[in-house]
Design a protein around this ligand. Structure first.
Ligand SMILES: [Zn+2]
Length: 377
């Protein structure tokens, strides 16, 4: 991955490159930004530039041995740690390095949900445990293969168990000279303060809508510019979500969400039960994705309800839904619905029982939605 393959982030790229050129390479940096913002591609481009034998002023050369190996994520001094499904038998990343490479090469904006799909993990929770910490410490005790920099990339550090975090603190604080830790993740509030305080923060902002639209069109040259812009506006700066929309993935989520809310509103418990079963079968990240989508659609409904239809970015079936559904909303239930969805999203992140959570949520949403409808009649 080279900097020129990453859309947007011009100022940040220039700063990162400048730092390396001036010999200012922090021992630990944390690329932190929202999902789909490019924290992982940026960390990889940074590592490529660090390893490159013929650095240009604005990017790695792309032609030297180091660059060629980095293009396959196979540079021997690139070490990585990432979340896996920990079990009695499997405790380290080593057996999954080839899968991880393939996943990242296929989608450099990879997120936990897609990684879970690659590992075929159904409902299991991705984690990094204490044995991965031992793996990190061991790898960093080895000499650099190429005689230059050694990089330890930790992807999604928010999924570290406290035991792992504690075990890497010392090496994170004072690694051997010539070692660069690159952490790349999304959730600030779930990272232990001890980790945050030992790393230099590299804040990665979400790309702006114009950049997202350009990225979508790059992968889908057949798409009309207007459609790409509409997708970009809807993605709220999440490039991965934008790509998924361009590939038609969200349709499934929309239909699930729409039919579920209708069942909640109508109080049809048998239908809610069917949706509950379907929800329980989804992976944890997919479940969180449903809640994120629901929150997005609530914001859309709110704009419609506030008589700001020019700010509503959805179209087609989704727009029909927003127009009809916003009639059920009012000051008395909007805040409550959002609070419930946000709380559900948070509980899912803390491994709540998804079935119980979804049934409770369905009941509460039904109650919140109905009073307005009664008044309206
Ligand atoms: Zn090079």
């Amino acid at each position: 991955m080279q900097f020129n393959q990453i859309i947007g982030h011009a100022a940040l790229k220039a700063r990162l490159i400048g730092n390396i050129r001036e010999g200012r390479v922090p021992h630990a940096q944390f690329f932190l930004g929202p999902r789909g913002s490019g924290v992982l591609p940026l960390a990889l481009a940074y590592a490529t530039y660090l390893f490159c034998g013929q650095r240009g002023e604005g990017d790695s050369c792309g032609e030297c041995n180091a660059c060629k190996m980095m293009a396959k994520l196979a540079h021997p001094d690139l070490n990585m740690a990432f979340p896996i499904f920990l079990s009695k038998e499997v405790k380290t990343c080593e057996p999954f390095v080839a899968d991880w490479r393939e996943a990242v090469l296929g989608e450099p904006y990879l997120d936990a949900e897609r990684w879970r799909e690659c590992l075929k993990g159904d409902n299991k929770q991705l984690r990094m445990g204490v044995d991965i910490a031992a793996e990190v410490v061991r790898k960093l005790s080895l000499k650099s293969f190429s005689g230059g920099w050694k990089v330890m990339l930790i992807w999604l550090p928010e999924m570290m168990d406290p035991a792992m975090a504690n075990k890497i603190l010392k090496v994170l604080e004072e690694p051997e000279p010539g070692t660069a830790f690159l952490l790349a993740g999304h959730a600030n509030d779930r990272i232990l303060p001890t980790i945050l305080s030992r790393t230099q923060l590299v804040k990665v902002a979400a790309p702006d809508p114009g950049e997202v639209a350009a990225a979508v069109q790059l992968r889908h040259p057949e798409m009309a510019a207007g459609e790409a812009r509409a997708i970009a506006a809807r993605s709220e700066g999440d490039l991965l979500a934008a790509q998924a929309m361009a590939e038609g993935r969200p349709e499934k989520t929309f239909h699930f969400f729409r039919d579920w809310l209708r069942a909640c509103f109508a109080g049809k418990m048998e239908e809610v039960a069917v949706h509950t079963d379907e929800f329980a079968k989804m992976g944890r990240e997919e479940q969180k994705g449903v809640m994120e989508y629901a929150l997005f659609m609530m914001r859309q409904c709110m704009l419609q309800w506030q008589d700001l239809p020019q700010l509503v970015t959805v179209s087609g079936e989704e727009l029909d839904f927003v127009r009809k559904f916003s009639a059920l909303l009012g000051a008395e239930n909007l805040a409550g619905i959002r609070t419930e969805l946000e709380a559900a999203h948070g509980h899912l992140g803390r491994n709540a029982n998804s079935k119980i959570l979804f049934i409770d949520l369905s009941g509460t949403l039904g109650q919140l939605l109905r009073p307005k409808a009664v008044q309206a009649r």
